[in-house]
Write a protein that binds this ligand. Structure first.
Ligand SMILES: [Zn+2]
Length: 310
């Protein structure tokens, strides 16, 4: 999206295991546990890590829930494929990927729901991407646990369906969320993820209903970069041309934020480190996100597309 580099944010977060976590590799071992976490080799040693794609899925689903809470029917159902003739289905259950696939990138972005705009769809890549979370500090502790498959009809154990799994019971993993050419309200999504992670409200990996996957996030570093120096925090809607804004439907934010202070100049980038002052920016970022969902985005998009209004 946009063949120009206008703004960029990098947010590094440490994720500490509160409950055992299992991000399944999908490869049962021959004589070991049936379910094992993803692992790679580094310096000749096995190293467990949390893939960025798993984090992205957890963050996306958490954001979808929040947006639906603020305004019902305002996000699509990304995994539902509907036929061309979808009259019998509820329009609001169609996904942006299905509905907007034939359209040009700018138009697809303009018509997409807030989560597809941020995390991507089949029409364009996402603005927000987390890196793989690698262990930091003491080596993570891994233990084997037993599990029993539950019969969904009787609620009892399924005979002969015992399995064992390897879970990470203690450890801290570091990830960096990168947000490229972001809109101002999308920094509000990052803000909510930081806050909810800090309260242990987001679970990652498998077995969430078995009590697995709760992590606590601690903000390590928060940097925002612009090619041109800025007085205040802003997004692509304030930096692009009026034509680009119309074409992509970027939301223009009209908020005052605390001063960004003096940048560090790195090549062409003006880098502002707001890690220690992050909470000064929190109220305006939360407000921008809520305002965009409640007022800046129209939830009747699919009905309008089908009727040819847009
Ligand atoms: Zn969508």
């Amino acid at each position: 999206m946009l063949k120009r580099w206008l703004c960029h944010a990098e947010v590094t977060i440490d994720l500490e295991c509160l409950d055992p976590i299992l991000v399944k590799s999908g490869q049962p071992t021959i004589d070991g546990p049936d379910m094992v976490p993803v692992v790679s080799m580094r310096s000749g040693e096995r190293e467990y890590f949390i893939p960025g794609s798993s984090l992205k899925g957890a963050f996306r689903s958490h954001t979808e829930k929040l947006i639906r809470t603020l305004k019902p029917n305002s996000v699509c159902a990304p995994y539902i494929e509907t036929s061309q003739d979808a009259d019998s289905l509820n329009d609001l259950h169609q996904s942006c990927s299905t509905a907007l696939r034939p359209k040009q990138k700018a138009e697809a972005y303009r018509l997409s729901c807030p989560t597809c705009r941020t995390f991507g769809s089949l029409s364009f890549g996402g603005r927000l991407s987390p890196s793989d979370a690698l262990p930091v500090g003491p080596k993570p502790i891994v233990e084997e646990r037993d599990g029993v498959a539950i019969d969904r009809f009787t609620g009892g154990a399924v005979r002969g369906a015992k399995f064992n799994m390897l879970v990470i019971t203690a450890g801290t993993f570091r990830t960096t969320l990168t947000l490229r050419n972001f809109e101002f309200w999308q920094l509000g999504i990052v803000h909510i993820l930081i806050e909810d992670l800090s309260q242990g409200l987001i679970r990652i990996g498998s077995g969430k209903s078995r009590g697995l996957g709760r992590v606590k996030g601690n903000l390590v570093n928060y940097k925002v970069s612009y090619v041109k120096p800025q007085e205040e925090l802003c997004g692509i809607g304030e930096l692009c041309t009026p034509e680009e804004r119309r074409s992509y439907g970027f939301h223009l934010a009209e908020y005052r934020t605390p001063s960004l202070g003096e940048p560090q100049v790195r090549g062409l980038q003006h880098v502002y480190n707001i890690t220690d002052r992050y909470h000064e920016f929190s109220p305006v970022l939360a407000k921008a996100f809520i305002d965009f969902v409640e007022q800046g985005y129209k939830p009747d998009w699919l009905t309008q597309i089908k009727r040819g209004v847009r």
